[in-house]
Ligand binder design. Structure first.
Ligand code: GRF
Length: 213
């Protein structure tokens, strides 16, 4: 028996805001998964960038998703910057926050307002190669310098300590002998990040919205 349309239309979706600062390939992976029908309980209500020139904003606009820019330099202090972020998130009634290459620190008020409702993706097998200052190519440079045979990506809950929230999903990726930081970064994105981020978000949205079925 097929599920009737009115039933499907009634299913409420989790309102998700994606916070970005750069190119947004992880955002793109999320949008593509949604377009393929893999994120049935997710509605992207906002893409918020800490930089006006982030290409991620174009990716959001191309899908008709509302965007906003909140730049640290437009605010007097970390506290007023955080108020600026909260105001944008509350305007769209965001229920869940996905950090996708967001380079600003998420403050205490956001962490408490969206408690256990903020996730991040990091391009290493945490707890290895995480923490303050470990971002972008630096992660992959450190992995290569240590002569590791494996690296990968980790999706985790966000708490007050960089890259230390509860691990939700990891995927390993082989380090090749001739890898450069750039080639390793690309392989980890392609083989791990762009897969496990949409998967994890889909699973969490199902869990959170489950009681609404
Ligand atoms: C990714 O490597 C992600 O793991 C890290 O920031 C980078 C963002 O890249 N948190 P993109 O903007 O999604 O292309």
């Amino acid at each position: 028996m097929s599920v009737s349309r009115p039933y499907l239309l009634k299913m409420r979706k989790l309102r998700v805001a994606v916070l970005v600062s750069g190119g947004g390939t992880n955002l793109q992976a999320l949008l593509d998964a949604e377009a393929r029908g893999e994120l049935n309980r997710v509605e992207f209500c906002l893409v918020l960038s800490s930089r006006a020139d982030a290409y991620a904003l174009e990716r959001a606009k191309a899908r008709g998703i509302p965007t906003s820019v909140v730049r640290r330099k437009d605010y007097e202090s970390p506290e007023t910057f955080e108020s600026g972020l909260i105001s944008e998130l509350e305007k769209v009634k965001a229920e869940f926050i996905v950090l996708a290459g967001f380079l600003a620190k998420v403050g205490e008020r956001i962490l408490s307002l969206w408690h256990n409702r903020i996730i991040n993706i990091h391009p290493s097998l945490l707890p290895a190669y995480g923490g303050q200052g470990m971002y972008g190519l630096r992660v992959h440079e450190a992995v290569l310098a240590a002569g590791e045979s494996w690296s990968g990506a980790t999706v985790h809950l966000v708490n007050q300590d960089y890259d230390q929230g509860r691990i939700l999903k990891q995927k390993r990726v082989r380090v090749m002998p001739d890898d450069t930081p750039e080639s390793l970064q690309q392989r980890i994105m392609r083989e791990a990040e762009w897969q496990i981020y949409p998967e994890t978000l889909g699973e969490l949205a199902e869990q959170i919205m489950g009681e609404d079925k």
